[in-house]
Design a protein around this ligand. Structure first.
Ligand code: FAD
Length: 373
């Protein structure tokens, strides 16, 4: 008998899950209240990086990289740039060294000249710097377009109001168009997951926060042959942590401060978004003088974080429904889609992804990776 699965949310995670479910022979409907890929997954360019504070996530990112390679083959297009990702500053360098120690992957230290070659728009920087050549910029729009066309026939343009377990098994999905029944459901609704989880009786510790990014064109009219991503923890340019990633074509670069901000949109908190955009402009003027600030365009989205880490993620289960939440999930999408498909197929969330595992919490990760005494 065909197992019918409802996926709620057509962001990168819902689409990756639908793709993984279809490949396992499940029949999926993907419910989306707005434009597919228009939530946290919107906008061109995301950083794919291996190194994380929690060693378990560095291993997961390594699995995700293989998943990206599979997608590149399946969709017939390169989805991650091959220009690598830089870290500048001691914190990032230590993280990258740890990743290399755990996985044996090759990473290299860079001097000022190598840095200028890898990221010609960067101001001169004398401090510690390294590059992860297997990391790079995710072509996020192309990825979404490929997955949307793969899931195209099964997209339902409806807002889901509730996700409830049926007595005896299965799930009822209520939309404004009525009630539908499924054998299982995966809820990957981004900022909508908190409310939908409450209809299933779950109280998830999701914090909805704001993130602002600016995209600016390069000053130099000639396209540089290389444009790496960067994560800056040096503090040398007036911000404790910032990141940048090139857009497809290497004519524009997206830059953000690494922290997200708690805001009360109804309580005048929106003015804070302008202040973050101003700080980001000031950072760009110091750190990335190769960008033309006069053409910079801001991009703002609500993102969802878990309390134990900015990279935290978990999957909650209620009956035959699975709810995923976390931040910085784009790079992990191919593997998270498979993990959610496995949850449906096995009837339980695999170990390591449950809330009690606190994936992303460096203390839990270090404790688990420590050799037994
Ligand atoms: C500016 C920015 C930069 C980022 N940079 C990186 C990065 O460099 N690397 C990285 O890995 N990650 C990054 N992230 C985070 C990453 O983009 C997100 O973690 C990821 O896109 C989340 O995908 P999602 O599918 O879970 O959520 P979403 O993309 O938000 O998708 C959820 C979907 O569910 C729909 N929905 C909600 N409620 C309902 C409902 N009731 N019924 C039907 N549909 C519903 C929404 O409309 C939405 O389309 C960044 C995020 C932003 C905003």
């Amino acid at each position: 008998m065909t197992v019918r699965v409802a996926v709620v949310g057509a962001g990168i995670i819902g689409l990756a899950t639908a793709w993984a479910l279809e490949r396992r022979g499940f029949a999926c409907l993907v419910f989306e209240q707005g434009a597919p890929g228009g939530g946290q997954s919107a906008g061109e360019s995301r950083i794919f990086r291996h190194a994380h504070e929690d060693p378990r996530q560095s291993e997961l990112a390594t699995r995700a990289r293989s998943g990206w390679n599979e997608w590149e083959e399946e969709f017939g297009s390169p989805l991650i740039s091959d220009d690598g990702a830089l870290v500048i500053g001691q914190g990032g360098v230590e993280r990258l060294k740890n990743y290399s120690r755990i996985t044996g992957a090759e990473v290299s230290e860079l001097g000022p000249e190598d840095l200028a070659e890898a990221l010609p728009i960067l101001a001169s920087f004398e401090g510690p710097a390294m590059i992860d050549p297997g990391a790079g910029a995710i072509r996020s729009r192309l990825t979404l377009a490929n997955l949307i066309s793969a899931a195209g026939l099964n997209l339902v343009p409806e807002k889901v109001e509730s996700v409830t377990s049926r007595p005896g098994g299965g799930v009822s999905i209520a939309t404004s168009f009525g009630l539908r029944e499924f054998d299982a459901a995966v809820v990957s609704a981004g900022a909508g997951t908190l409310g939908l989880a409450s209809t299933a009786g779950l109280d998830l510790p999701i914090e909805t926060r704001a993130h602002v990014r600016l995209t600016a064109p390069l000053k130099e009219p000639d396209t540089p042959p290389r444009l790496a991503c960067v994560q800056d923890s040096s503090g040398a340019f007036g911000e404790a942590a910032a990141y940048g990633s090139p857009l497809r074509g290497n004519r524009e670069y997206a830059v953000g401060l690494s922290t997200t901000t708690a805001l009360d949109p109804e309580g005048g908190g929106m003015a804070e978004l302008d202040r973050i955009a101003l700080r980001t402009r000031a950072y760009i003027s110091k750190a990335l003088p190769g960008l033309d600030l006069s053409g910079a365009v801001p991009f703002q989205r609500w993102v969802t974080e878990l309390p134990w880490s900015p990279d935290g993620l978990a999957i909650w289960q209620s009956g035959d429904s699975y709810f995923i939440a976390g931040h910085n999930l784009f790079k992990l999408a191919p593997v998270l889609g498979k993990v959610l498909a496995e949850s449906v197929s096995e009837g339980r969330v695999p170990e390591g992804f449950r809330p009690e595992d606190r994936l992303g919490d460096p203390r839990m990760g270090a404790a688990e990776s420590a050799p037994a005494s």
